[in-house]
Write a protein that binds this ligand. Structure first.
Ligand code: TYD
Ligand code: MG
Length: 452
């Protein structure tokens, strides 16, 4: 009988060793050896693969690109981040902090799917009684959902082969283990090998598989990140537990747009989708306040209105603080340098804090102009008009550069009752196009400041 052997592999250089050691003998890195399945020993490659016929090579145009049918999860925002629904045979990794709502969301999704097709929910973290309690709290008919409390991946797959579910949820991948390796569940090697087996199962059986992964404190080690390359879709819950709202971002998607956002609210009956997220990221003030600017971001495929706030205050420190929440800190430092060099505004003795309201994280550069105007508004203590939206990228030469989908952003702002917009000149609509908002196009940062 062929005995499955394990060996140790260096995470840094890939060297193999029969025994564990603290240091890799090849590259000298410390603590990088992890257990892995031994690769089969090399045989004569020709003899091993030669079966008498060669595999056929096809031209790309000859391959029929079948449009994949989608399975709706019954949750519009989840379908949106998945790119229109679940794809049979796909593997989706859903990551996030413990307690953010991964199990809740997936339970809601499988309860909906179970009405039409068989689903299997594998729980390795909670007892079936706990899952049942949660299902009753969600107030949905969870009757047809098949439940399995199991952590051994081989047995999970065996059960799934017999039950033939259309959707399989494994909650969580960190609690599953494979019998072929000796390391503890949750170790990197266990995580990779269990996930690899589940991916193989998904592809062979056409089952849509969800893997739940907790983001660990270190973020990268033994967390969902080590699995990102193996799966088709990676979704992350990205805001913190403090907020009532939950934002899911698709960071990788083989079947849809990347950076797509889904917005939910946590209620006592589970996660409710927020179909109009523009409304929740704005904090409508009674009176205009200094340092607050409304911008339009476009994360994924829809525009969203977001409020950003800045506070500029005299600093007691030698090195004044620059803090950006929901926005890249280095970019803030760069923008303040542009403001100094091209508009002559000195903030080198001031602390600058910038925050995106509602805990959203923005990865786009279209917020540059809004960040600068918010900082300036706070510094001068002069509020901007409350019916104004601002967007545009700011370059190092002090120019205001256009952003994609300008007109769509303007329409979104008009829809929410904004009357004026300050945008890059190239994004200003041509005369005659009716959007219902008064648009000022600027080409330079200095022009924008003189207009305000
Ligand atoms: P959970 O889905 O268990 O998180 P994860 O699987 O990501 O670790 O989330 C549980 C949290 O959500 C918990 O703190 C309670 C809260 N919650 C509600 O507020 N309402 C509900 O209806 C449910 C089911 C959970
Ligand atoms: Mg959970």
């Amino acid at each position: 009988m062929n005995k499955v052997r394990s060996e140790y592999r260096c995470d840094a250089c890939g060297a193999r060793a029969p025994k564990w050691a603290g240091q890799c003998v090849d590259c000298g890195a410390w603590n990088t050896l992890v257990e892995a399945l031994a690769a089969p020993t090399a045989r004569n490659p020709r003899a091993a693969t030669w079966t008498g016929t060669l595999p056929t090579v096809q031209t790309l145009s000859g391959v029929a690109a079948a449009e994949t049918p989608r399975i709706s999860t019954g949750i519009g925002e989840l379908d949106r981040v998945l790119g229109g629904g679940l794809v049979a045979g796909s593997v989706t990794l859903i990551g996030g902090d413990p307690g953010i709502g991964k199990s809740t969301l997936l339970l809601q999704a499988v309860v909906h799917c179970a009405q039409e097709r068989p689903v299997l929910y594998v729980t390795g973290e909670e007892s079936p009684a706990q899952v049942a309690l949660r299902a009753s709290r969600l107030g949905a008919d969870a009757g047809p959902v098949q439940l399995l409390a199991e952590t051994c991946v081989e047995r999970v797959i065996e059960t799934a082969l017999a039950a033939k579910p259309a959707v399989l949820v494994v909650d969580s991948i960190q609690t599953t283990f494979t019998e072929t390796l000796q390391s503890a569940p949750g170790a990197v090697a266990q995580l990779r090998e269990s996930a690899a087996q589940l991916v193989r199962f998904a592809k062979q059986s056409g089952t849509a598989v969800f893997l739940v992964g907790h983001v660990t404190k270190e973020g990268t080690i033994a967390g969902p990140r080590v699995l990102e390359h193996m799966v088709d879709t990676v979704l992350y819950f990205e805001n913190d537990l403090g907020s009532r709202y939950r934002v899911i971002r698709a960071v990788k998607n083989r079947f849809g747009a990347v950076n797509e956002l889904g917005v939910f609210a946590m209620t006592d009956a589970g996660l409710k989708e927020v179909a109009n997220p523009s409304a929740i990221f704005l904090s409508r003030h009674e009176q205009p306040v200094a340092g607050s600017v409304i911008t339009v971001v476009r994360e994924g495929s829809r525009p969203m209105l977001v409020e950003l706030q800045a506070l500029v205050d005299a600093s007691p420190l030698h090195n004044p603080r620059r803090m950006a929440l929901g926005f890249e800190q280095n970019r803030l430092v760069m923008l303040l340098a542009v403001l100094h060099r091209h508009a002559g505004v000195v903030m080198s003795d001031q602390d600058v804090f910038v925050n995106m309201v509602g805990g959203i994280r923005v990865t786009e550069t279209s917020v540059d102009l809004a960040v600068l105007l918010a900082a300036l508004s706070s510094y001068r203590d002069r509020p901007l008009p409350p019916d104004l939206v601002v967007f545009g990228e700011v370059g190092l030469a002090g120019e205001v550069r256009p952003v994609p989908h300008g007109e769509e952003r303007l329409r979104e702002a008009a829809k929410h009752g904004f009357k004026r917009a300050l945008v890059p000149a190239a994004n200003a609509p041509r005369k005659g196009s009716k959007i219902g908002i008064k648009v000022e196009g600027v080409a330079r940062l200095a022009d924008a400041l003189s207009l305000i």
